[in-house]
Design a protein around this ligand. Sequence first.
Ligand code: NAX
Length: 328
Amino acid sequence: MKSPIRISVTGATGQICYSLLFRIAAGDMLGKDQPIILQLLDIPNARPLFDGLVMELQDCAFPLLTGLITTDDPYTAFKDADIALLVGARPRGENMERKDLLEANGPIFIEQGKALNAVANRNVKVLVVGNPANTNAYITLKNSPDLNPKNFSAMLRLDHNRALSQVARKLSRPVTSIRKMIVWGNHSNTQYPDLSHSEINNMPVTTLIDDDNWIAKSFVPTVQKRGMAIIEARHGRSSAASAANAIINHMQDWIFGTRENDWTSMGILSDGSYGIPEGVVYSFPVTCNNGHYQIVQGLELSDFDKRKMQKSYEELITEQSTIMHLLT
Ligand code: NAX
């Protein structure tokens, strides 16, 4: 019997976690032979909802769920964590500007970064989902100076999956046949879904589509605005089950490796690759191996690509400048 892996999850009583926790406990993320301990964090007001969640998790009698902690203290939630999924965040209220959202979330991720730094396993893998995810990930890693910045990531996998699905539907091909998709940049509508390197059976997807109009007029805006379309279709509720699924995909690739001759998109600390200066959490194409990611190098970029990538970078710099005073 393997020893259990400790998984901390924040925002545990929210709607993403209502799908995520049950899938993790069923073995969908780490495998059907990997016992886990869930260490769940939410705010004190969430206490009544925690009771119902715990009862339902118990009622599933999951064989792999060997421990369950609920708390409103990040130092308890992150103690010895091997994996930390930072899903919880302040929701964007009515009339709230993106700037106000950044300001409201800054202190949450400062505190959680400090707690991870103090008590998590030194090899903890951290995925930030709560929005604005890239900048929240940046705040978290800046507040965890004793942990390797390469252990932090932001979630762009839902955007990546949305892009794969759009192409699969357009060409009536299985999703698994599509390789080398990229979503560059910020998890916002400045992100740049780029299928110019994508392949199906070694054939460029762009030649199979043979319709530039579809790429520029349909594919790119559909992926960029999909989050908003879901909110409208779900009468105000944002993506939940698909976000939970993307969290599972992101962590599986990071831990077990990307498949051969393929890559994924992850929000990670830039290292200067592709002209994106160091010091922002930006989504790049990466391959993963032995629990580590590496940015795919050597891809040719057109001037159009560079302009789109720059726009998303500039948005991240603006976001950072909004919260910089919180970090000093
Ligand atoms: P909900 O509003 O349903 O749940 C959020 C939960 O976080 C609540 O239970 C709340 O009490 C908790 N929370 C707030 N402050 C906290 C704190 N300091 N510590 C711990 N928990 C805290 O949101 P949900 O639909 O679950 O979405 C969660 C986050 O994911 C949101 O920020 C959302 O914008 C973001 N998303 C990010 C996506 C991505 O691709 N990166 C896609 C899906 C989603 O939109």
